[in-house]
Write a protein that binds this ligand. Structure first.
Ligand SMILES: C[S@@+](CC[C@H](N)C(=O)[O-])C[C@H]1O[C@@H](n2cnc3c(N)ncnc32)[C@H](O)[C@@H]1O
Length: 205
C-alpha cells in the first residue's frame, strides 16, 4: 500500500483539535501551540523582551508573544500579507518581503531585538525537493536577519523543512549561538520534514 506523503503546507487536517482549540481560545492559527511548546522548552519569551516575528500572518505568534512580553515589551511582525487582527499597542505588523528587507532599518527604528522568531514557509509547488530548498533559503534569510538585529545573548527560533542543506544550517547555528538545537514540535504532523532550529545566546561579534 502506498504511504501517504505529507506535503508542505498540507491543510487536510485543518479542522483538527488544535485548530478548534485555537479558534476557541481566540488565536488566529493552530501554529500558536508550536510557539508555546518552543517557549516552554527553551524559555525564549519573558516580560519586557523585544521580539521580531518573521512570517507573522495571520498573527497567532504575535498574539502569544504579546501576552508573554507584556506592555513593556515589543513585538514587531513582518509578512507578505497584512495582519488584520486587533493587536495590543506594543505590537506592530508590517507588510514586507524578507528578501527585500534592510535589517539595519529595523534596528534604526526599534533598536536591537532580544528574540527573533521565524515561522516562514514558502509557497509550495508540490515538488518536495524544490519546496525544501525554498524553505531552507527562507530559513537562511531569517538567520541572516537575526544575526544582524539580535543583541549579543539574544535568541532565535526558525522553521525549516529539512532538505539537503540541513547539515549546513545546523553548523551555521552552532557558530552563531552558544547553544543550538533542532526541535520537532508535538504540533508537527507525523511524517513532516518540519523542524525548528533554536539558537540561544547569540555570540558577540
Ligand atoms: C505558517 S505562516 C506563519 C503563521 C504565523 N506564525 C502565525 O502563527 O500566525 C508562514 C508565513 O510566511 C510568510 N512568508 C513566506 N515568505 C515570506 C517572505 N519572503 N517574506 C515575508 N513573509 C513570508 C507567508 O506569507 C506566511 O504568512
Amino acid at each position: 500500500m502506498a504511504r501517504k506523503r505529507t506535503k508542505l503546507g498540507d491543510r487536510s487536517a485543518r479542522h483538527d483539535s488544535a485548530y478548534r482549540r485555537a479558534k476557541q481560545e481566540g488565536f488566529a492559527a493552530r501554529a500558536v501551540y508550536k510557539l508555546e511548546e518552543l517557549d516552554r522548552r527553551f524559555h525564549l519569551l519573558a516580560p519586557r523582551r523585544r521580539v521580531l516575528d518573521l512570517g507573522c500572518w495571520p498573527g497567532s505568534w504575535m498574539q502569544y508573544a504579546a501576552g508573554r512580553v507584556g506592555d513593556e515589551g515589543l513585538v514587531v511582525g513582518l509578512d507578505l500579507r497584512p495582519v488584520e487582527l486587533a493587536l495590543p499597542p506594543w505590537c506592530e505588523a508590517f507588510v514586507a518581503d524578507v528578501d527585500e528587507l534592510d535589517p539595519q532599518s529595523l534596528v534604526d527604528r526599534f533598536g536591537p531585538f532580544d528574540v527573533v522568531l521565524s515561522d516562514m514557509a514558502p509557497k509550495t509547488i508540490g515538488d518536495a525537493t524544490t519546496d525544501r530548498l525554498r524553505s531552507e533559503a527562507l530559513f537562511e534569510r531569517a538567520l541572516d536577519i537575526a544575526t544582524m538585529v539580535l543583541r549579543p545573548g539574544g535568541h532565535f527560533a526558525g522553521k525549516v523543512f529539512q532538505g539537503g542543506g540541513f547539515g549546513g544550517l545546523i553548523e551555521r547555528m552552532r557558530l552563531t549561538f552558544s547553544q543550538s538545537k533542532p526541535f520537532h514540535t508535538k504540533g508537527t504532523r507525523a511524517g513532516s520534514a518540519e523542524h525548528y532550529l533554536v539558537g540561544q545566546g547569540r555570540r558577540a561579534g
